[in-house]
Design a protein around this ligand. Structure first.
Ligand code: 6PG
Length: 502
């Protein structure tokens, strides 16, 4: 428990706010001698005073002592705020490190920062590992889902430690080497985007039951508990039931009724959408979730609109409440499948763009436990990628366009894995009905609707994009391709309207 004269710690954690402290405790509880350090020593002392008996800790007041307390190659996890604070810690530690040491960033860093940092440290012979860690405070302590990037070499040292402290499902650790440099943080970013989408979809389901059917939160909590026993079994459904059954001590009414309806965000969902836009990958479920949080926070505009914009009152007329509840469940399940399919598409596109070899089946496998989006159906996604009949890459799916704006990925949608094709097929009548009812009643369901529009777009043999190409050619001579001939073409719209090869 005291400062060691010879290096004895196997791993170190710097940054002992709740996430860092819990991760350090998790390491110590798993038998690793854990060096701990924090900018203000009081936090380090607090950790040792409160939880010193969790295992073997080596506390240090200075960064120098902290580094010196670690066995070589030194392995240090940085658990500070993403952005400037991370750079500051890296700058402080780097001069104290030696070649071969491993520096891990366990925060929610932007993956492009991770790529930059990895490159700078690689030039100094230090391994930098951008590592996504999901599961909040509880996960950090009892087993998170861990998404490390960085070099294969660093994973040889780091992997066994991280795998041991991660959550386990069916004996498998929820940790795998995702890919080089920023791959781990990219995948964590998409995880968070899916988290936004999932939460939005659940919120829409709640709204339909609350506003639409006028059910009480306690009754809706029971419905969610029931859903949690089936296909929708997941952490987010489970905690939704908990939140909805919470009684407010002050008013004696449901807590959810006194919480201000303006959703906050730290920004990882926004990053997901920004990067999807750059890669031209439609993640409409995630985008609608980010926009819905934005709309919820437009207090002044909302206040001005309430009572002044005409429309139906949100009440859904139904003869059979249980039937409609089931429709909503199916709509939630189908929309959720679409959100995951879109997120996985983005990971595939990111891997293609940044040169990562990412095993999507392994990603789904390590999301089965520990993380916020853990869900029973991730087993089915893992299986889909493992099965021969699963969504294999499609050769030649990329299309050479008439101009540089054409996107595309060679990755085949998860929706085409037989299990999910069938699941959505079964759900779709209810899915369409729930959205139609919501639309007539005036209950906004942007997540449900965007997911269905995506699904219908994907399965359409012809899209109105043909018309858009015609319009683009009309006003900007952007050219178009023909269905019956190779090459790019342009119509002389302001001339004799004959077609020329571009
Ligand atoms: C996790 C979470 C976590 C995230 C928070 C806050 O995987 O443990 O994704 O990393 O930062 O849930 O996210 P927002 O404040 O953006 O909603």
């Amino acid at each position: 428990m005291t400062q060691a004269s010879t290096p004895q710690a196997q791993i170190g954690v710097t940054g002992l706010a709740v996430m860092g402290a819990n991760l350090a405790r998790n390491l110590a509880r798993n038998g690793f001698v854990t060096a701990v350090h924090n900018r203000s020593y009081a936090k380090t002392e607090h950790l040792i005073a409160e939880h010193g008996t969790d295992g073997s800790f080596v506390p240090s007041e200075s960064a120098r002592d902290f580094v010196d307390s670690l066995q070589s190659p030194r392995t240090i996890i940085i658990m500070v705020k993403a952005g400037g604070p991370t750079d500051a810690v890296i700058d402080e530690l780097t001069p104290l490190l030696a070649e071969g040491d491993i520096l891990i960033d366990g925060g929610n860093a932007l993956f492009t920062d991770t790529i930059r940092r990895e490159k700078a440290l690689r030039d100094k012979g230090i391994h930098f590992v951008g590592c996504g860690i999901s599961g909040g405070e509880e996960g950090a302590l009892n087993g998170p889902s861990i998404m490390p990037g960085g070099s294969v070499e660093s994973y040889a040292t780091l992997g066994p430690i991280l795998e041991k402290i991660s959550a386990h499902v069916d004996g498998d650790p929820c940790c795998t080497h995702i890919g080089t440099d920023g791959a781990g943080h990219f995948v964590k970013m998409v995880h968070n985007g899916i988290e936004y989408a999932d939460m939005q979809l659940i919120a829409e389901a709640y709204d339909l039951l609350r506003r639409g059917l006028k059910l009480e939160p306690a009754r809706i909590a029971e419905i969610f508990r029931d859903w949690n026993d089936g296909e929708l079994d997941s952490y987010l459904i489970e905690i939704t039931a908990e939140v909805l059954s919470q009684t407010d001590a002050r008013t004696g009414g449901p807590l959810v009724d006194v919480i201000v309806d303006a959703a906050g965000m730290k920004g990882t969902g926004t990053w997901t959408v920004q990067n999807a836009l750059d890669l031209a990958i439609p993640v409409s479920g995630i985008a609608e979730a980010v926009f819905a949080r934005g709309l919820s926070s437009q207090a002044a505009q909302r206040a001005a609109a309430v009572g002044n914009l005409p429309g139906p009152d949100g009440v859904i007329e139904t003869d059979d409440v249980d039937d409609f509840v089931e429709d909503v469940r199916q709509a939630l399940y189908a929309s959720k499948i679409v959100a995951y399919a879109q997120g996985l598409d983005l990971i595939a596109a990111g891997a293609q763009q940044y040169g990562w070899q990412i095993d999507l089946g392994a990603v789904a496998r390590i999301w089965r436990g520990g993380c916020i989006i853990r869900a029973a159906f991730l087993n089915r996604i893992t299986e889909a990628y493992a099965a021969d009949s699963g969504p294999e890459p499609v050769a030649g799916a990329d299309q050479d366009g008439a101009d540089a704006a054409d996107g595309g990925t060679s990755h085949q949608s998860l929706l085409l894995a037989p299990y999910f094709t069938e699941a959505i097929g079964k759900a779709q009548e209810s899915w369409r009905f729930a959205i139609a009812q919501a639309t007539f009643a005036g209950v906004p369901v942007p997540g449900f609707s965007a997911a269905l529009a995506y699904y219908d777009g994907l399965r359409s043999a012809r899209l109105p994009a043909a018309l858009i190409q015609g319009q683009r050619d009309f006003f900007g001579a952007h050219t178009y391709r023909r269905t019956d001939a190779e090459g790019a073409f342009h119509t002389l719209w302001s001339g004799d309207r004959s077609e020329i090869e571009a």
